[in-house]
Design a protein around this ligand. Structure first.
Ligand code: ADP
Length: 159
């Protein structure tokens, strides 16, 4: 089975992301969770912090590694000799946003296939942005993010 890259902002990693990692780890020999370093997008956690939180969350999966990249995903996947991009789908809105990216990535790298994995029931409503809003207002993060991420969010907002 091919090597897969699961790219994203992961600002921060949620239980929804983790659910996709678990599925991808079963489907592919190797999975690279790749944090996009995008200076145009304001993030709460630095790329290093995000990678560290992902590492802590995926350590049970021996075939999953964590990396970061900047620039085009089509170039990064070529560099990693990965032929599959994994993306999670929560909704029709996700699908509409993802389809043009999948097409464009294949145009830029003809080897590249995007595989969409549906969010599991129970995590389909989780997004990094909602989690940050809840954390900012001191709401309960139980079931939304891994414990390390919950602690890191509390440190960021309520230090
Ligand atoms: P991006 O900015 O690239 O969308 P995200 O960190 O928001 O980065 O998401 C990375 C990937 O994870 C995307 O494919 C997104 O659809 C997926 N994803 C995010 N939250 C969930 C969730 N709760 N369940 C399944 N997939 C999810």
């Amino acid at each position: 089975m091919p090597r897969a890259v699961y790219p994203g902002s992961f600002d921060p990693m949620t239980n929804g992301h983790l659910d996709i990692v678990a599925a991808a780890a079963e489907l592919f020999d190797n999975v690279i969770v790749a944090v996009l370093n995008n200076p145009d997008k304001k993030s709460l956690f630095s790329v290093e912090e995000r990678m560290e939180l992902i590492r802590a969350s995926v350590k049970a999966y021996t075939n999953v590694s964590v990396d970061s990249f900047s620039g085009l995903l089509a170039d990064y996947t070529r560099l990693q000799t990965a032929d599959v991009v994994v993306r999670g789908l929560r909704s029709v809105q996700d699908f509409e946003a993802e389809i043009p990216m999948a097409h464009m990535n294949r145009r830029l790298n003809a080897q590249l296939r995007t595989v969409f994995l549906p969010a599991s029931l129970g995590v389909a409503d989780i997004s990094s942005s909602l989690v940050k809003q809840i954390a900012m207002h001191g709401g309960a993060l139980t079931g939304l993010v891994p414990d390390d991420v919950a602690r890191a969010l509390k440190r960021k907002y309520h230090n």
